[in-house]
Design a protein around this ligand. Sequence first.
Ligand code: NAD
Length: 620
Amino acid sequence: MRQQEDRQREDRVEGGDRGRVVAQEREHALDDAEDGEAAGEEERQPRQPREEGEHDEHHREHPQQVAEDRVSVEAGRAEDAEAGQEELNDDYDEEEPGAADVGDSEEALPLAGLVHGGNRTPSASGYRARVAIATGRDYGLFIGGVLAEPASGEVRELIEPASGEPLARAAMAGPEDVDRAVAAARAALDGAWGKTPPAERSRLLHALADALLANRSELAELETRNAGKPIASTRGEVAGTAEVLRYYAGAVSSIEGKANAYGSSFLFYALKEPVGVCAQIVPWNYPLLMAGWKLGPALAAGCPVVLKPDPQTPLTALRLAELAAEAGFPAGAINVIPAEGPTTGAYLVSHPGVDKVAFTGSTRTGAEIMRLCADGIKRLTLELGGKSPNVVFADASLGEVVPASTYAFCAGAGQSCECRSRLLVEKPVYDQVVAGLADAAGRVKVGDPLDPETQVGSLISARHRERVHGFVESGREEGAEVVSGGEIPPGKGAFYPPTVLAHVDNRMTVAQEEVFGPVVAVIPFEDEDEAVRIANDTRYGLYATVWTSDPGRGHRLAQRLKAGQVAINTPYTTRPGVPFGGYKQSGFGRELALETIESYLETKSVLVGIGTKPANPYGL
Ligand code: NAD
């Protein structure tokens, strides 16, 4: 039913309103060119929608741009054709038979070392030459409803991880910019945003979701080029971000205080108030989606936000802020200031004007942020790292287990907090699963992330790849056997093949540390008790997956595993409305849930004397 509704909504965007979508895509391409010139402006007002005729005029002057834009839209429609490829887009699959032909005639770009999986040819990366709509502009900070020059003066050249080529220039905030953003947020809370009633907040969240979908191709490409993620994934992530915003748009109506009589002496009622100015800090692995997870509940609660993306991946969050301004969010409700974490990020967390901090990132940084929050007794929620087990019993359907487990460690190139990076397999089927996994891992399509066939794109940077490879090497040194992958491919781009390590002991470094790459450690176990012991033998507790044909065992494991979420017989993970968060050092607080909104609210109790208890307790 939900899929049907999604389909209808997609049809509205991609079908009925197609003319509008194409027009908007064209507009952005043209604006991007103009923005290059406007980069030096002190502050730029959000774009105003143009009249239809104006688009046509522009396009008569730029016929080649029109053709490229059309290709980008056509290509974008094909990107989700691979059903089930990406957990976050499995509800948003679009089928576009034949669309995968786009790009066949293009000459391959020289991205050496991208061919993996045996069924790819380099010509597939012809997409690279044809879908360039989002690059070549300067991105300012987004403060008080406008793009702004950084007081810090720092503008950083961003490098596309899949090609190693320059991508765009983005301003980086310094302390003075933090002061400006926090002041803008405070002014919004005291002004228009603070006065925006719940129904209007809900409408604005829906309007932002609409805007994301209307600009889906642009945002997906921007994310793909900035973070190296496959376009099929980023298409799903844009839709997933819209879905999260819609969830919170609906959840606005859940905000209500209790009221009751307290005996015959008092009435009591509770007011729910926004907690105040929120600093939200997100990592580079799902830049737009994490922004949506964070913004949705804060905005639903009526809080203004200062969002700090990772300095490597600020682009989609900045576009989201622009789209939010166009959708009608008051100035200062959403501020986006990309910046270095240990310096400017820490300054933001410590800022006396910030009331609540929400952080997604590594456990180490989470601990530091907790220390910084202590002084101001700031409200804090932490979504941190994971080393999630994927537990396979011998009675499971191995035909499903092998491809699903491959997906579970390769999604997002393993750069996912819930990556099932430890595969625990019952001994009787251990060799069979390892052999199947090695084969499946070798068939995963690794390559140009702009190619809609690609399943695993680039890692975030060559530096991060060195770190990932270091963990694989440590596994080798400690006695594990690499049965697939495990070597850095030649050529440009930070690619790394899906890598399977067999005969791993859970005490090895590669089984304890968060690798954050497409690497799985396969560990044997004897029986249910040992499976639980090994699965829980980690400082993390974010996610776990169990495969068994015994329903009782599945539910027993769900109770015994120390993780914020347990999946039984499915590799998929996050969904709006399904609380997501950590046990142990994976953090505290839950995302994607009604209780998330609670973490952005204060409860104020009001006690009213109704006259039966004398107001003179001392008898004076
Ligand atoms: P990271 O902790 O290095 O950085 C995350 C963010 O924090 C970035 O924006 C960074 O600039 C900022 N930052 C760094 N030091 C800071 C400081 N002292 N003060 C304020 N901000 C600071 O993490 P990463 O390597 O970018 O991201 C990967 C990590 O994120 C992994 O551990 C992953 O598991 C985790 N993650 C968790 C979830 C979840 O929901 N649990 C989701 C995605 C990612």
